[in-house]
Write a protein that binds this ligand. Sequence first.
Ligand SMILES: *Cc1c(COP(=O)(O)O)cnc(C)c1O
Length: 501
Amino acid sequence: MTMTHPRAGDARSYLFNDHTVEGYRRAVAAGSARVAGRVGRTDRPFSGAAPARLAPEIAAIDLERPLHDHAAALDELERVYLRDAVYFHHPRYLAHLNCPVVIPALLGEVVLSAVNSSLDTWDQSAGGTLIERRMVEWTAGRIGFGPAADGVFTSGGTQSNLQALFLAREEARAAGTPLSRLRVITSEAGHFSVRKAAALLGLGPEAVVAVETDAERRMRLDGLARELDRCRRAGLTVMAVAATAGTTDFGSIDPLPEIARLCAAAGVWLHVDAAYGCGLLVSRRRRHLLDGIERADSVTVDFHKSFFQPVSSSALLVRDGAALRHAAHHADYLNPLRMAERGIPNQVDKSLQTTRRFDALKLWLTLRVMGADAVGELFDQVVDLAAEAHAMLAADPRFEVVTRSPLSTLVFRYLPPEGPGRELADDANLYAREALAASGEAVVAGTTVDGRHHLKLTLLNPETTRDDVAYVLDLLAGHAQRHVDDLAPLAGQPEVTHVHS
Ligand SMILES: *Cc1c(COP(=O)(O)O)cnc(C)c1O
C-alpha cells in the first residue's frame, strides 16, 4: 500500500465514478425510497410547522460532525425537512403556481444531475446542447414563431423576463436613447419581476408604467394606447410592452392580438410573459386563448408552472434569434470566436448564465414518454376544475368571487352574514388563511384586491376534485366565521376593534 492521507481513501469513496457505481445506486435508491415513503403516506399538504419549531432543530445540527452514512443523514433529513415539507402533489395544496410533477421529468432530473452536463458550451455538454436546441425549436414552433426564432433555457420566469427586457433595452439603446428616457409598459396585474428587471437594468422607478386593467383584469387597450401616445409626445422611448398571458393572481390573459397591433404600429418590442399561461401551448381545447402570441418579439414560458416539470425549468424565446447577440460576450477560455467560426454550438452566447443546468432534458423525456397532448390534457383538466369551482363559489352565499379566470385561479373572499360581523370581513379572511395553513389540512394563497384581503386558489393538480375544493371552502368559512364570532361581540367597542384592524 502506498502511503496516503488516512482519510483520503474514505473521501474518495464519495466521488461518483466507475469504482463507486454500486454505492451510487444504493444511495439514490435509498433517497428515492424515503421520498416515495413520505409521499405515499402524506395525508395533508403540510404539517403546519411554524418557523419557531423548525429553526432550532436545524440550528442544532453540528455541521462539523458528519455522519459518514447516507441512511443516518436521511433519518436526520426526515426530521428536519421531509416530515414538514410542503407537498405540492397533495390535492389540497391549492396555493401558489407550483405543480405536481410528472415521473418522466423526475427521471430526467436523476440523469441530468448525475451526468452533470453544463449547457454553456459544447465541450461541457455535447448532445445536451443539441437537445436543448431541439426543445427551444419545439417551443418556438408551438408559439408559432418562424424559422428565425431562437431562445434559451433559464432558471425561471424572473430570469426569462429579465433577459427579455435586457434584449429590448439593448435594441432601444442601439438607437442611442439614454436610459433615463426608456419606459416599459405593463398592466397593473403584471408580475413584479418586470419592475425588478427594470431596476436591475438601470432604469429608474418611474420607468415601469402600469396600465389599468378591465373588469376581467386584462390590460386595457385604451390605457395602453394612451400611454404609448403620452410617451411619444413626451419624447420618451417605450422599449417594451410586457403583456401577460396568465396573470399570477387572476390567470387573466391580456388581449394579445390587439396589443400586438398597437406595438407594431408604434414600433415597440412586445414581450409576452406566459410563465403561467404557457400550458395552453399544448392544450388541444384552449390553444386559441394564446392567439397573437406568435406576434411577440419575446416570450417567457415556465415549464415548472404549467408543464408539470420540477423546478427549475423555464425558457425565453425570441422571434428573431439575432436579438440574442446582446447576451454574447467572449472569453478566451470558454467560447473563443474560433469556435463560432467553426460552427460549434455554444449556448453561453445566448444566456445570462455561464454554468447552466440541463433542465431541457426533463422536458425532452416528458415529451418522449408522455407526449405533448398528455401534458396539455392535464392542464386542461385543471382549467376545467377551475371553471366548476368558480360556479360553486358564485352560487355560494358565503363567498364573493372576483373574476372568472380563463386559466385556473380563483380569487374570492368570505363574507360574514349581514350584521355586526360584516366589518370584520377583512380580518376574517386573513385569519382563515393562516388558521388553515397552521392546521396543515390545506394550503391556499392570499392577495389584496382593491385594498381588501382576498383568498386565492391556484389549481394545478389534476388529482384535485370538486369535493376537495368544497371541503377546503367549508374549512375556510369555518375558520373565518369563528374569527367573526370571537370578535363580533366586541365590535361595538372601538378600542378593541382598533387593535385588530
Ligand atoms: C411566476 C411568474 C413569474 C416568475 O417566474 P419564476 O419562475 O417564479 O421566477 C413571472 N411572471 C408570471 C406571470 C408568473 O406567474
